[in-house]
Write a protein that binds this ligand. Structure first.
Ligand code: OSB
Ligand code: MG
Length: 369
């Protein structure tokens, strides 16, 4: 397909409630929406680089720069016979995976629409519904957490993840376990601990958690292997995994037994599929993480999570769990059985609410061949 024009939208969307993690508190979410036009069709993607470099070194500003000055010029006006052509052209750009993933996602949507099939189909998905969970930020106290969890369970969510940080860990886990002995429960530390905190995790090991996500350093693989040896609960890596190569390293070193896949963190759907397939071959479960995406990014996540080895519920929640108004129609909802429907229409399978997109856009730029 000949890529005729590409547009970037810097969006800022206000969260329905503040989201507190070991990295700080977020009140709104900034991302980049990417629109690609070719041969009368339009593809949409979302780059999950945030306003701040606290989860990843990438930010909206760095991603904008990399998109504008390197990734877009590599494909604008060019004839792409496959998405692989774009990935090949971008290989000389080291890192900047969130920038790449946003533009790659728009190409996946475009290529799916050109074949008149859903993105789920093009990616190799085999499910019409996916299991979903909810990720809950650090709360002021245990009773506030219990109230939140009760509400989400009523809405149908199958699995609860809570954020933890030193001093905000065992009391919350134990309070939830007392109230809900059988709840599918996991924790996410976002790299807030060191090996010196191992006793926190050996105590948490008794709480029958599904997994402990990214307890140690955000680039670390080696020390996680030391911690995993002390625990029966699987460690799951998020921040440390950027590619198939470091997935293999982490699994061979027994640094984790579960992998969180976020297409933005690994550079796109293509790399996500490689990681998914490798993990399947090693009998390692994967699940789909989240970056508080708008409906555009969420649509891609839902499609990817329909692949067969996504065997644990994802951090993929209803639009209204994040935002008062989403920028897609229909919005994403969760069914009472804790599943979410995978859109079956062409491409991402949802329409862009142009008025809503306009309302949240703080800057845009168009690039023409
Ligand atoms: O570590 O999984 C994480 C949100 C922003 C940055 C990092 C993370 C998260 C979440 C939210 O946990 C998951 C979601 O989108 O529901
Ligand atoms: Mg995480």
């Amino acid at each position: 397909m000949k890529i005729e024009n590409i547009e970037l939208f810097h969006i800022r969307m206000e969260l329905v409630s503040p989201f507190t993690t070991s990295m700080g508190t977020e009140y709104d979410e900034e991302h980049i929406i990417v629109r690609v036009g070719a041969e009368g069709l339009t593809g949409w993607g979302e780059s999950v680089a945030e306003g701040t470099p606290f989860y990843s070194y990438e930010t909206v500003q760095t991603a904008w720069h990399i998109l504008k000055d390197f990734l877009i010029p590599d494909i604008l006006g060019k004839e792409l016979s496959s998405i692989g052509d774009a990935i090949g052209a971008w290989e000389r750009v080291r890192g900047h995976r969130m920038a790449k993933a946003g533009l790659e996602a728009a190409l996946w949507d475009l290529f799916a629409k050109a074949q008149n099939i859903s993105l789920s189909q093009l990616l190799g998905g085999n499910r019409q519904k996916i299991d979903v969970g909810v990720s809950i930020g650090i709360q002021e106290n245990e009773s506030q957490l219990l109230r939140k969890v009760e509400g989400y369970l009523k809405e149908g969510y199958k699995r609860i993840k809570i954020k933890i940080a030193p001093g905000h860990d065992l009391i919350y886990v134990n309070a939830l376990r007392r109230e809900y002995p059988d709840l599918l429960l996991q924790v996410d530390a976002n790299s807030a601990y060191t090996l010196g905190h191992s006793d926190v995790f050996t105590q948490m090991d008794e709480a029958n958690l599904l997994l402990i996500e990214q307890p140690l350093g955000y680039e670390d693989i080696y020390e996680h292997s030391k911690l995993q040896k002390l625990l029966k609960t699987p460690i799951c890596l998020d921040e440390s995994i950027h590619s198939l190569d470091n997935t293999r390293a982490a699994i061979e070193l027994n640094s984790c037994r579960i992998i969180n896949i976020k297409p933005g963190r690994v550079g796109g759907f293509s790399e996500s599929k490689l990681i998914h397939d490798y993990c399947a071959s090693q009998n390692v479960a994967v699940w789909h993480g989240g970056m508080l995406e708008s409906g555009i990014g969420r649509a891609g996540n839902v499609a990817l999570a329909s692949l067969p080895n996504f065997s644990l519920p994802g951090d993929i929640s209803a639009s209204k769990r994040y935002y008062k108004q989403d920028i897609v129609l229909p919005e994403f909802t969760v069914n009472s059985d804790g599943t979410m429907d995978v859109p079956s229409g062409p491409g991402i399978g949802v329409e862009i609410d142009q008025q809503a997109l306009k309302k949240v856009t703080v800057r845009k730029e168009i690039f023409k061949a």
